[in-house]
Design a protein. Sequence first.
Length: 289
Amino acid sequence: MVKVHIINAFIDSGAGGNPAGVVIDADALDRSMKQKIAAGVGFSETAFVSSSSIADFKLDFFTPTRQIAHCGHATIATFAYLAQQKIVTGTHTSKETIDGRREIFLDGEVAYMQQLAPKYSLPEKGSEKDILDSLGIHGSDLIPGYGPIIVNTGNSFMIIPIKDEETLKMLKPESRGIGKISEMYDLIGYYAFTMQTVVAGRDAAARMFAPRYGIPEESATGMAAGPLACYLYDQLNIKKQKMIIEQGRLMSQPSPSELLVEFTFEDGRITQLIAGGRARVMRSFDMEP
């Protein structure tokens, strides 16, 4: 039997967050066993922790249907749990994934994962209407003077600047259209945001849609929080070293989440960032592989 922990990452004031499955000591599990367990767990991702020759831990991520290279919330869930269990006791550790080694940082209850310096690219000329149509909005619903842009800090997201919270709440995402555009630009999905937040002092509120990966909407997306924070810094000129993004509040079934981002600079330019949050074990159970 394999012990599976259900851990909510990016919790907000002790609640909400995004659930992931986490399996510790997964060295004895082969790929088919991991896939079977992930399908049985049923959440968007399950992380399997095993030994590594190039990092402190190896993490394999599986959706219910396939293996994927990265998962932000499952990474935060895993390392927050390892810290809570005193398996990791320092402030710095690392993970190996399909794409190589990434650094992990711990600050009390908060686990952070390393992301890369941002890369920006514009959608093809004339495609903005298709992007907006796939959300049921118009150009007048955007922050004046700004449009959709692709930002990559390791994975690509379409960042979409929405003028206010009400418009963000009333989006009508059309999965086929979003999926088609995500395939065209090799995106994880859309990350639509507004500067209006429910909690005062936060920098943005966001929603994430990734039908290409079988996710109609996600309550917390660590791999997207980094690109959005970079966009806020570089494009909207919000010159802060630390940013806080809220997500999950505007879903049909709300699950409030808090995502933290911190930058490293060189000559005023972002050279690296870490994105993270807090996590909480919701339940644990045994499963046959």
